[in-house]
Design a protein around this ligand. Structure first.
Ligand SMILES: Cc1cc2nc3c(=O)[nH]c(=O)nc-3n(C[C@H](O)[C@H](O)[C@H](O)COP(=O)(O)OP(=O)(O)OC[C@H]3O[C@@H](n4cnc5c(N)ncnc54)[C@H](O)[C@@H]3O)c2cc1C
Length: 410
């Protein structure tokens, strides 16, 4: 009977478990989980603070998931050393596990910026885990002023989660706009305005130069007083297990289309991995939940002797604040088609007869059609792209019907 070890217990680990079980119903599966929680949906931690969900509804798989799949989970254990020659993993508790195949699904760690005086801040938090959310919650009261350093996805989700639970929220970022790694300036301003209308204040193009207890001295010379600090300036892929074992690592663990690393018998999946963006050919860490699951599943199938390849991965993001939605996918190169709508903006990027990427603020209802076109590399001249651009919901209908419906607009 084969023995599988999975390091980490997030979406990628679940994918790996389900991938293994699709090819091997009997092998022994052990999950090493640093966090002491049943697998939960990480993006929901902000909804937990908002009171829109609870820990039971956050579960990514039901309580009996591990038992039904014959999985042993070692909660509160950390994998400390991988030995690909002996095929063993050494754990923090002193045990060593043997494996036939291992999947590193260790996610990422928040980067703590080396700002002078950070250690003088009494109440400081990251916003990555369920325990982080609970610890932040415990430090908040209706009179709190909160400073969030970082206006990326995690910083803004944190801001949204605590609106209404504190008196003041200030978000600062060195970049001149919010969500700078996902959106361009035009699109970002819609999201910023929405958050401002919800009471969040921004200090952009500016960041903290120095902390002195509960005061932040900004690069611009301004000072910000706060009670609670959240640092959300980015994350680093957890690559050290593979790197220390001699495996190839870049910004993430380097994997092939089967999610195999350069080390024999060692696979990797999820936020700790660098994979090829099929829209640009670039190798990058694409830290999103659906991809973590898909990569884990692919790794699991291959670990158990099956054959699966992932060659159509692309960066995607779906985010919303106070009812304003934003979706983006792929790369923003080539010709840009822009349409301003009542609720926002739509930008589609085309190149070489292909849809390469899009950003939509507002009505994202049919954005899945664009994602599928990018993923499937659908030639634009094989579809009615003129209709798809502006009215994707009507594209499947004939021209006559559309003309009738829209009074000759298409
Ligand atoms: C606030 C927030 C909002 C987000 N919103 C979205 C969203 O809207 N949409 C989206 O697609 N994605 C979103 N994401 C990203 C998404 O959560 C991740 O892409 C996804 O959780 C990655 O899954 P994973 O299994 O690779 O890693 P993780 O879920 O991070 O799981 C890895 C686990 O491995 C554990 N671990 C690490 N090292 C070891 C070790 N040595 N031994 C044992 N265990 C170890 C970690 O403690 C962790 O529990 C969000 C993330 C955050 C933090």
């Amino acid at each position: 009977m084969s023995s599988y070890v999975i390091i980490g217990n997030g979406a990628a680990a679940v994918g790996a478990i389900e991938g293994i079980r699709s090819a091997d119903p009997d092998g022994k599966i052990t999950v090493i989980s640093k966090e002491r929680h049943h697998v939960y949906s990480r993006p929901l931690i902000s909804y937990l603070l908002e009171g829109k969900t609870d820990e039971e509804r956050m579960l990514y798989r039901p309580r009996d998931f591990y038992e039904k799949n014959g999985v042993t989970v070692l909660y509160g254990e950390t994998a400390e050393k991988l030995d690909p020659e002996k095929k063993t993993v050494a754990l923090s508790g002193g045990k060593t596990l043997s494996y036939d195949a291992v999947c590193v699904a260790a996610g990422s760690t928040p980067f703590v910026p080396p700002i002078e005086g950070l250690d003088t801040v009494p109440k400081r938090h990251a916003f990555m885990t369920l325990d982080d959310a609970r610890a932040l919650e415990a430090d908040l009261c209706p009179e709190s002023s909160v400073l969030i350093v970082g206006a990326g996805l995690i910083g803004l989700k944190c801001a949204e989660g605590i609106i209404g639970r504190c008196k003041k929220i200030t978000v600062c970022d060195l970049a001149p706009r919010v969500l700078s790694s996902i959106l361009d300036a035009g699109c970002a301003s819609y999201m910023q305005k929405k958050l401002e209308s919800m009471g969040v204040e921004f200090l952009l193009d500016d960041t903290v130069a120095r902390f002195d207890g509960n005061t932040a001295e900004m690069k611009s010379g301004k000072t910000v007083s706060f009670d609670v600090l959240v640092t959300a300036v980015g994350v680093r892929a957890n690559t050290s297990l593979v790197k220390d074992a001699g495996g190839e690592v870049n910004r993430g663990i380097v994997t092939d289309e089967k999610m195999a690393t350069s080390l024999p018998g060692v696979y990797a999946a999820g936020d700790c991995v660098e994979a090829t963006d099929s829209t640009s050919g670039a190798k990058k860490v694409m830290a999103i939940m659906p991809l973590a699951y898909m990569q884990g599943h692919c790794a699991g199938v291959n670990m158990a002797g099956g054959s699966e390849k992932l060659d159509n991965m692309l960066p995607m993001n779906s985010i919303g604040f106070g009812g304003l939605h934003c979706m983006s996918a792929g790369s923003y190169t080539g010709e840009c088609y822009e349409e301003k709508t009542e609720s926002g903006i739509k930008r589609l990027y085309t190149e070489d007869n292909l849809l390469k990427g899009f950003m939509i603020i507002g009505d994202c209802d049919r954005a899945g059609i664009y994602t599928a076109m990018i993923r499937n590399k659908t030639p634009l001249d094989s579809v009615d792209f003129d209709t798809l651009k502006s009215a994707p919901a009507l594209a499947p209908f004939g021209k006559e019907y559309r003309t009738q419906k829209l009074g000759g607009v298409v």
